[in-house]
Design a protein around this ligand. Structure first.
Ligand SMILES: [Mg+2]
Length: 386
């Protein structure tokens, strides 16, 4: 196999950067995230994970589980600086790079996958001192699964034709898209491993999950997935969000959304993009999220990316929509577009850190990562499953 997709993922990125800059923290449970009353864990070191701490967990709970932890606020600028160095290395080795987040990207490489992965890992280690896990395969699905198996600090490459065999003994939640709910549903029906799904046959899975979701999962179980990367560097959506330190009265929500729309507008302008749809989300106590999406293009006054949206309103998120106490704890505005919506000539940056909601760790509204699932023991070095 000459063409490989690699998923490169920095290990416990924010926590690793903190340890890199303060070596005395090595070996201690380091937890990075919002330290306020509504803060959530952004990342934590493996020592903290051993105590049960996970990304996206409320900080209050993390403190309960790990009272001896070192709790630190995030330093986004420093993370971006290191991320840029790492992405520069990715571009040196790869024909094509598809960033997934500030610390993770798919790479398309030609040649001997495992040795290229080894060289990338070494280059990243030398340039930054950070630990990188790499999974490789003929498609994105297998690269993703392999990278989970390789964590922390390993390399696992699954050659063409071996996907189904490698997946068979693994638990169902190793497959992307199988979260705790679906995992419980599948296990309730006797599907514990990916091999169980392979044996069940397409029709049984479809009867359980529906036609489309069933087919999707069945194909994943057999190791099938997209084998081309998305067009480089173009994010599919950009968002701005805010978690309020204390609940705000409902009458203040429109002005807060106006501020978010201006932030969003500026970010769109950076990329030279025109939005196609606009989504508004608001979270009401107790933890109830209401969302509304605009009809395609134009309905929300989004024709010019440079101007704030004068018509922004709360289309169908009304006070009657269930707002106990008439206040909001969190708000988010995001914009998405189709390929046609591109305008202007400014080139998007090489990574998509811009689309990471910088403020997500301050509260409960952030993009959540699934906590690491059960993994096979990591295998360091340029290992390829034969
Ligand atoms: Mg990572």
């Amino acid at each position: 196999m000459n063409r490989w997709i690699l998923l490169c993922d920095l290990d416990a990125f924010f926590a690793s950067v903190e340890i890199l800059d303060r070596p005395e923290l090595r070996g201690r449970p380091v937890i990075v995230g919002g330290l306020g009353p509504r803060g959530v864990v952004a990342t934590c070191s493996y020592e903290a994970r051993a105590m049960g701490v996970r990304s996206a967990m409320p900080m209050v709970k993390a403190r309960e589980l790990c009272p001896q932890g070192v709790f630190l606020p995030p330093r986004p600028q420093r993370y971006r600086e290191l991320s840029r160095k790492v992405f520069d290395i990715f571009h040196r080795f790869a024909q094509n790079v598809e960033p997934c987040s500030i610390d993770e990207a798919y790479l398309e490489v030609v040649g001997d996958g495992p040795s290229i992965a080894g060289a990338i890992q070494e280059a990243v280690g030398e340039a930054t001192g950070l630990s990188l896990s790499i999974g490789g395969g003929p498609n994105k699905l297998l690269a993703k699964v392999a990278s989970q198996l390789a964590k922390p600090g390993g390399i696992i490459c699954i050659p063409e034709g071996k996907g189904a065999e490698v997946l068979a003994p693994l638990p169902v939640d190793i497959l992307p898209g199988v979260g705790p709910k679906r995992e419980a549903l599948l296990k309730g029906q006797g599907f514990s491993t990916v091999g169980d799904l392979q044996q069940a046959g397409l029709e049984r899975i479809q009867a359980l999950l529906g036609e489309r979701a069933g087919r999707d999962l069945f194909e994943k179980a057999w190791g099938k997935g997209p084998d081309h990367l998305a067009s480089p560097g173009l994010p599919r959506s950009i968002s701005a969000e805010e978690t309020f330190p204390a609940d705000i009265p409902y009458r203040d929500v429109p002005s807060e959304l106006q501020k978010l729309s201006q932030k969003l507008s500026a970010r769109l302008q950076t990329y030279g993009l025109v939005a196609y749809t606009l989504t508004l989300k608001i979270r009401f106590p107790p933890f109830q999220t209401s969302a509304d999406r605009s009809p395609p293009r134009g309905a929300c006054g989004m024709k010019r990316p440079s101007s704030p949206w004068p018509e922004i309103s709360l289309p169908s998120i009304s006070r009657e929509d269930g707002i106990p106490g008439g206040c909001a704890s969190w708000a988010c505005a995001s914009a998405g577009w189709s390929g046609k919506g591109r305008e202007g000539s400014s080139s998007p940056s090489s990574d998509r850190s811009e689309e990471l909601p910088e403020d997500s760790w301050r509260g409960t509204g952030g993009r959540e990562r699934r906590p690491p699932s059960r993994r096979a023991p990591s295998r360091p070095g340029g290992l390829s499953i034969p």
